[in-house]
Design a protein around this ligand. Structure first.
Ligand code: PMP
Length: 361
């Protein structure tokens, strides 16, 4: 078996411990005589799995009691509509920080439902930095302030959270959740597609302050009302059962095999430093993001020469370092180094970059 180092932005690498555990339980989960994939979501065996996944997430992120954890479908993209449908119910206005394509999509979708105000944007610099937010521009009556905390495509991350007083802060954490401890109490709502740091595609996790549930607009489809899912323990309809099971295994791995979220944060910082330090010294490659806005999860870089970039990606692939091609809007390369990417994977990448650089100086 020759497993590659997979630097995909998502779906992305999963811990081998998780894959092996899932494989060992594929034909029979416990003494149930069936795979988790075949199980009724109404069975007691499955109820124990979803309960354990929820509890593990609560424990890992220290989610306070006044928050609900929801296991949904439709990807982070469905949240772009679900959030305004449920939260834009006071002034009918919301504030947005534009830090990339996903933040922009969230803004464009919400603009169908109310008045959306862009309070800061880094579009002028191809989203290569996190803009300062002028407190004067924040609407104190806004129903929420939306940010994309970690920008998967551009490789930026908010160095500090904006302070928005009593206005609920809503954050897309698709590409950073579980990579570092977060103070959930600072947010009204956190959402994340699972396919980067939590498990396979198909599961979307929403962590929402309970007082924000139950105010959906009349036009809101039942399936897009947070209350529907909160009242039913995320079992209003068939949840993405297997993805939730894998998410539970990922949390088991994180807590039992890796030493917990504080420890994984240290490892993530170590991996990112390995790559950024090399990039900062390199005469061939350079990082597209500078300073404190750098993401620890997604690291875009370029040589400045499109043909050389393509050659690098091709040769890296032949070395088992795959999915390094940058997003089409940025070009160059991008290494996504989520929790499940081992330090030795990043070391292998840096070693190959050094060899490539020596050959192309
Ligand atoms: N937000 C961010 C930050 C993302 O990286 C992505 C997907 N890469 C999305 C939203 C969209 O997620 P989905 O495909 O789950 O709808």
């Amino acid at each position: 078996m020759a497993r590659v180092y997979n630097f995909s932005a998502g779906p992305s690498v999963l811990p081998e411990w998780v894959l092996q555990k899932a494989a060992s339980e594929m034909m029979e989960y416990g003494s149930s005589g069936q795979s988790v994939m075949e199980m009724s979501h109404r069975s007691s065996d499955y109820q124990a799995i979803i309960d354990s996944c929820r509890q593990s997430l609560v424990d890992t992120l220290h989610i306070p009691e006044d928050y609900e954890v929801l296991f949904l479908q439709g990807g982070a993209s469905t949240q772009f509509a679900m959030i305004p449908l449920n939260l834009m119910n006071g002034s009918g206005r919301a504030d947005f920080v534009l830090t990339g394509q996903w933040a922009k999509k969230a803004y464009q979708q919400a603009a169908k439902y109310g008045r959306c105000n862009v309070v800061a944007s880094s579009e002028d610099g191809v989203f290569s930095y996190i803009p300062q937010i002028d407190a004067q521009k924040l609407d104190p009556q806004a129903d929420y302030l939306h940010i994309c905390y970690n920008n998967t495509i551009y490789g930026t991350r908010f160095p500090t959270l904006p302070s928005c007083g009593s206005v609920p802060l809503v954050a897309d954490m698709s590409s950073s959740i579980l990579s570092e401890p977060i103070d959930v109490s600072k947010f009204g709502l956190i959402y994340a597609g699972a396919q980067k740091n939590m498990g396979p595609a198909g599961l979307t996790v929403v962590i929402i302050r309970k007082d924000l549930i139950g105010h959906a607009r009349d036009i809101t489809p039942i399936m897009l009302d947070y209350k529907t899912h909160a009242d039913a323990g995320s079992m209003y309809n068939t949840p993405p059962t297997y993805a939730i099971y894998i998410c539970k295994l990922v949390l088991d791995w994180l807590n039992n095999e890796m030493g917990g979220i504080e420890q994984i944060q240290k490892i993530n910082a170590q991996k990112a430093a390995l790559l950024y330090d090399y990039l900062d010294e390199s005469k061939l490659f350079s990082a597209t993001v500078q300073g404190e806005c750098r993401s620890l999860m997604n690291v875009p870089f370029v040589t400045g020469d499109k043909d050389l970039d393509a050659q690098f990606v091709k040769e890296a692939t032949a070395q088992g370092l795959v999915n390094l091609k940058g997003h089409r809007t940025v070009g160059g390369m991008r290494a996504s180094i989520y929790n499940a990417m081992p330090v030795k994977g990043v070391q292998a990448l840096v070693d190959f970059m050094a060899r490539f650089e020596a050959a192309h100086r």
